[in-house]
Design a protein around this ligand. Sequence first.
Ligand code: HEM
Length: 161
Amino acid sequence: MIVVLLAVQFPIGWLMPDIQSGLPPGSLMTLHITIGLIILTLIIVRFTWRLFHPVAPANTLPLWQRVMSESVHWLLYGLVFATAMTGWFFVSFRGWRVSLFFESLLPMLTAPESAAGRLVGGWHQAAGFGLLAAIGVHVAAAFIHAFVFRDRIMERMLPRS
Ligand code: HEM
């Protein structure tokens, strides 16, 4: 679900109209915020699940590959979290009133126009590109395992009976 939502989220982020100063967010921006908050919720749930259901690195791999694999997976969690949180800071900096379920409003993380909101919200684009780079490394590693090493590491992603 997270992969599918991210595949939708990036194009929306790039295609949505530029922000007009003093105007509320448009419908594409509101959709982007909604999907982003769902991704944030899912990544926290997934991370919590993994804390209590850890998966040991494949012991057939050399140490450097185990370290790389652990690092990239931590990076992916961190960057999804950071990308979503910096977007939320951006919204807080703008002081936008975004409706959530049952007519409640998205809580603000900082006061409107605050220096902290501007600073952290300004990292959203960079965090998104960092996330894309980490996804690229992850996908490249998967292909290398499948087609170069042919070591059946990818089979670990399939459900076990
Ligand atoms: C992991 C989830 C998310 C991804 C991958 C993502 C990705 C993006 C991308 C690619 C852009 C366009 C940046 C550019 O101009 O090149 C963008 C913009 C934006 N996003 Fe997100 N976003 C995510 C979550 C969120 C969340 C949760 C919020 C708000 C609660 C948010 C709010 C915004 C805002 C306000 C902008 C326009 C300002 C800007 O360009 O920095 N995003 N996002």
